[in-house]
Design a protein around this ligand. Structure first.
Ligand code: ATP
Ligand code: MG
Length: 393
């Protein structure tokens, strides 16, 4: 026979209590230690002292109704709450339904109560409570496992971020020392030539050396700017402030800006199709995307050619791509180009640090968009950006 269970009868009728006790002690499947209380007050006091497995509760007590006792039993001091079987008189079934809604496990009508009915009801309630306790322990264990897994994932992500940052920092040192040395050497050489022989050089030669100094210094400035911008993305500190934006106008201004800079070997073309109304984006980030893609298209088309910007809009998205007829990118290099400091193997002496596409991709991702690249060596490259019209913030 399973362990002895503690059962509390709260009923003001001594005769009823005697009957329940007799019926239950006759149960051959379960043994009970039975406690009795003849008032709500005494019953609640016993519940506070002893952990009961089940309570038989009379619906009608002199000092409190059964429903009031139920409310009291739900309070913290009775944690964990014992399962309750309500005993009602005939015709009180409506109250019993109310009691069930408040969490009573079962109810029995007192009149004509049979021993086997009471025994079975009590055993069922005990079993149900046992199952619930096992279930809640399993759920708690599951919750703990999930919590631990989440914690582990967070720690791993933090570790990975840390590793990436460390790799980024050492890459910065390598890049800066490498990329800075060449222009710095040119600047120093030009400056010392000017210092030593400045007065002996004609005006145009002097201008040429000054131009070299300016150009190389600008290049170094851009390198530092790009590193700082990219570092902001790496630290997840980049600002994203989308606002309504007329993209057609926005791009035509940027194209005009570029037109002033490019040589006449390059033809800039701008084509617009579809509906671009209702677009929201961050102007500063979009500028970064455009400038990086456009400067690549120009830089990697040393022989010139057409550079096209296409803007296509539909109901939910805007798509733009920049297409050139330049040197293209070997297929085996294409996969990694969106990673910082990654460059194609065919760049030869074309200057660059490999940050532009990584910055463009980070800006696109903040908009919830996508960036892809198609390229053929010797034929040209096309970089496509797809952005939702209303980014989620
Ligand atoms: P920077 O940081 O100054 O932009 P970068 O141009 O080398 O340097 P990315 O813009 O990130 O760096 O481009 C990465 C590489 O992808 C380039 O070095 C080049 O090999 C290749 N690439 C990008 N765009 C083009 C293009 N339009 N045509 C050919 N190669 C390209
Ligand atoms: Mg670039």
């Amino acid at each position: 026979m399973p362990d002895t269970r503690t059962l509390l009868i709260i009923d003001d009728c001594a005769e009823d209590r005697r009957i329940y006790r007799r019926y239950l002690l006759k149960d051959s499947h379960q043994s009970y230690q039975i406690l009795e209380a003849d008032s709500a007050k005494d019953g609640l006091a016993l519940c506070e002292e002893i952990l009961c497995d089940v309570i038989l509760l009379d619906f009608c007590l002199p000092d409190m109704t059964g429903l009031e006792i139920l409310d009291q039993l739900k309070q913290e001091r009775f944690e964990p709450p014992a399962p309750v079987i309500m005993l009602t008189g005939q015709g009180d079934e409506e109250v019993a339904v109310q009691a069930m809604k408040r969490g009573v496990q079962d109810y029995l009508v007192k009149q004509h109560l049979k021993p086997d009915v009471l025994q079975l009801a009590v055993r069922n309630v005990i079993q149900q409570a046992q199952l619930e306790s096992v279930l809640s322990k399993t759920k708690e264990r599951q919750r703990l496992i999930i919590q631990q897994a989440e914690l582990l994932a967070q720690t791993q992500a933090a570790l990975l971020r840390e590793q990436k940052l460390n790799a980024f920092k050492s890459q910065i040192i390598t890049t800066v020392s490498y990329e800075y040395r060449t222009p710095l050497t040119s600047i120093l050489a030009a400056a010392s030539t000017l210092k030593q022989y400045g007065d002996k050089l004609d005006e145009s030669k002097q201008q040429r050396f000054l131009q070299i100094i300016e150009q190389k210094a600008r290049h170094m400035g851009k390198l530092v700017d790009d590193l700082l911008v990219f570092h902001q993305f790496e630290l997840n500190k980049a600002q994203f402030k989308p606002q309504p934006l007329d993209l057609c106008h926005f791009f035509s201004e940027l194209i005009e800006e570029q037109r002033e800079k490019v040589s006449n070997r390059h033809q800039l073309l701008y084509k617009i199709i579809g509906d671009h109304k209702g677009f929201w984006g961050d102007g500063l980030l979009l500028r970064q995307i455009f400038v990086n893609l456009m400067s690549n298209a120009i830089k990697y088309s040393p022989d010139g050619g057409n550079i096209e910007l296409h803007l296509i809009g539909n109901d939910s998205q805007v798509i733009f791509y920049i297409k050139d007829q330049g040197i293209g990118i070997p297929i085996e290099d294409q996969e990694n180009l969106f990673q910082a400091f990654s460059r194609g193997s065919n760049v030869d002496t074309i200057p660059g640090t490999g940050l532009g596409l990584a910055i463009a991709q980070a800006c696109v991702e903040l908009h919830g968009g996508d960036i892809t690249l198609e390229s053929q060596v010797g034929r040209g490259t096309r970089v496509t950006v797809t952005l939702p019209k209303r980014p989620l913030i």
